[in-house]
Design a protein around this ligand. Sequence first.
Ligand code: SF4
Ligand code: SF4
Length: 126
Amino acid sequence: MRVGKMLHEVLRSLFQKPATNLYPAEKLDMPKNFRGKLFFHPEKCIGCKLCMKDCPSDAITINKVGEKQFEAVFDLSKCLYCAQCVDSCPKKALEATKDVELAQLDIKKLKVVFRANPESSDKNPA
Ligand code: SF4
Ligand code: SF4
């Protein structure tokens, strides 16, 4: 490369906006309809288990925990984040959030239980 051309490239790069993001120092603004970590609305769930039947990776379990009360157990290590369960739910009890920060050193922490009981330490972990 000729010196003149190289100098031009150097000067151009000096005044250009960086092409990369400063993540994690700056949070990413995920696009609309992004499919991140799932959220469960237990008050809407009717226990039909359509989400379980349609999940391609067996990552969701719905358990009855009381009279018309259900909990959702997600295995986030199996989840494909396809949001098929969200589409299948007739009561809009499942939601795909924009949360992408799911990294864990302990794989057991990727199994999360969503339930309504406010006394539970596992209640809807946002
Ligand atoms: S997002 Fe897809 S893989 Fe994950 S629990 Fe729902 S249906 Fe299963
Ligand atoms: S499909 Fe919806 S209403 Fe049916 S069990 Fe799953 S979360 Fe509950």
